[in-house]
Design a protein around this ligand. Structure first.
Ligand SMILES: Cc1ncc(COP(=O)(O)O)c(C=O)c1O
Length: 385
């Protein structure tokens, strides 16, 4: 299916809505039946009918159809946040007594799910360095049911060799799930590499404007329908129709935004990796990165995130640099129109978000601003270090 068709036409049904170009927001909790016979039919055919919005809603379905097509999946199911999608996907594959192998240093709340939540329900989890696929293999146990990937992973942007890990999983009869939020369906398609379920935080690039939250799971009909009747209907972390509408609107411009973000990020990474005050840039598409070849093999492009370490031993200098940036906002998340930084120094040895990473590390997300505008800002802030 062509990308332009998916983004502009697939699932639109315009003739049902006065030929409006933008789809309506079907803001309803409920759908009425005229007769008992009709209701009987409805109940028989869920999840393929509109009966109650906690199950299905046409505006949400539109997003699901497009996300499934973008990932080359048979089916997709949308959630109210990315972590709701991650949790539902993982919970759908394990039960008490099972074992999971998960990439070390995934997104923080995925980490909490793996290390704190699952063990409460009798699921054992081993976290591995995913840069070597053999670490997944060596961690396997007779009761291993799930291999969980996030490639590139959060903050340090290490890749996992997706095909090699899928081969290990298949040989051991395990399911694989990958968080593909960083790469987007435009730049990496794990289902085509044999992964069973792909999850996304749509809050990031899919929405693209920092004004909506959502998540999605893409996979086979049978698996998604099972998730529908179990985790989806029971936990109720559904996507609101208005949020689905904003995400569909975000999808319209995803290719142009990603092209711009990728090009600007390349320029900024080139600038920072040659700067004397920068110790290291963690970015898979840097030629000096040991995973550069793998990045080119399994991804179609870089995106907008990377991490730097500053050349200093003094946390105050890190604060000085970050506080000195005028055009980068300091915030969590990423994927919107605006460039962001997230300094480890903010969570170093403090509170619930205590980080084990060095305080000199700063994660960057590059948005849609002019590249020179951002480089000039970096230049003046680095001069303060
Ligand atoms: C890689 C990754 N996956 C999942 C999530 C969770 O997404 P959400 O914030 O939409 O729940 C995030 C959030 O930052 C993330 O970075």
């Amino acid at each position: 299916m062509e990308l332009s068709y998916i983004l502009n036409e697939l699932g639109e049904d315009r003739e049902l809505y006065f030929n409006a170009i933008a789809p309506p927001i079907i803001q309803t909790s409920n759908f009425a039946c005229k007769t008992v016979a009709e209701m009987r039919e409805m109940l028989k055919h869920e999840p393929d009918v509109y009966f109650y919005t906690r199950g299905n809603n046409p505006t949400v379905t539109l997003l699901e159809k497009k996300m499934a097509a973008l990932e080359g999946a048979e089916h997709a199911i949308a959630f109210g946040s990315g972590i709701a999608a991650v949790s539902a996907a993982v919970l759908s594959q394990v039960k008490a007594g099972d074992h999971v192998v998960c990439i070390k240093k995934p997104y923080s709340w995925t980490n909490a799910l793996m290390q704190k939540f699952l063990p409460r329900f009798g699921v054992e989890v081993t976290m591995v360095d995913g840069t070597d696929a053999n670490n997944y293999k060596n961690a396997l146990k007779p009761n291993t049911k799930l291999l969980y990937l996030e490639s590139p992973n959060s903050f340090t942007f290490e890749l996992q060799d997706i095909k090699a890990i899928v081969a290990i999983a298949k040989a051991h009869n395990c399911v694989t799930i990958i968080d593909n939020s960083f790469a987007t369906p435009l730049f990496q398609n794990p289902l085509a590499m044999g992964v069973d379920l792909v999850v996304h935080s749509c809050t990031k690039y899919i929405g693209g404007h920092s004004d909506v939250m959502g998540g999605v799971i893409c996979g086979k009909h049978e698996t998604i329908n099972k998730i529908f009747v179990q985790e989806y209907m029971t936990l109720g972390a559904i996507l609101d129709p208005h949020a689905a509408w904003l995400l569909v609107r975000g999808l319209r411009t995803l290719p142009v935004r990603m092209e711009r973000v990728a090009a600007t990020t390349k320029r900024i990474v080139a600038y920072l990796s040659n700067h004397p005050k920068v110790e290291q840039v963690l970015y898979p598409f840097l030629e000096t990165n040991p995973q550069y070849e793998l990045a080119q093999k399994q991804m179609r492009s870089n995106t907008g995130q990377f991490t730097i370490t500053l050349k200093t031993e003094d946390i105050n200098k890190v604060d000085l640099f970050c506080d000195g940036l005028k055009h980068f906002l300091m915030a969590a998340s990423w994927g919107g129109h605006e460039s962001l930084i997230y300094p480890v120094a903010a969570s170093y040895n403090t509170g619930n978000y205590k980080s084990s990473l060095p305080f000199t590390m700063i994660r960057f997300y590059i948005g849609l601003e002019d590249p020179d505008y951002l480089i000039n800002d970096l230049e003046q802030a680095l001069a303060k270090v």
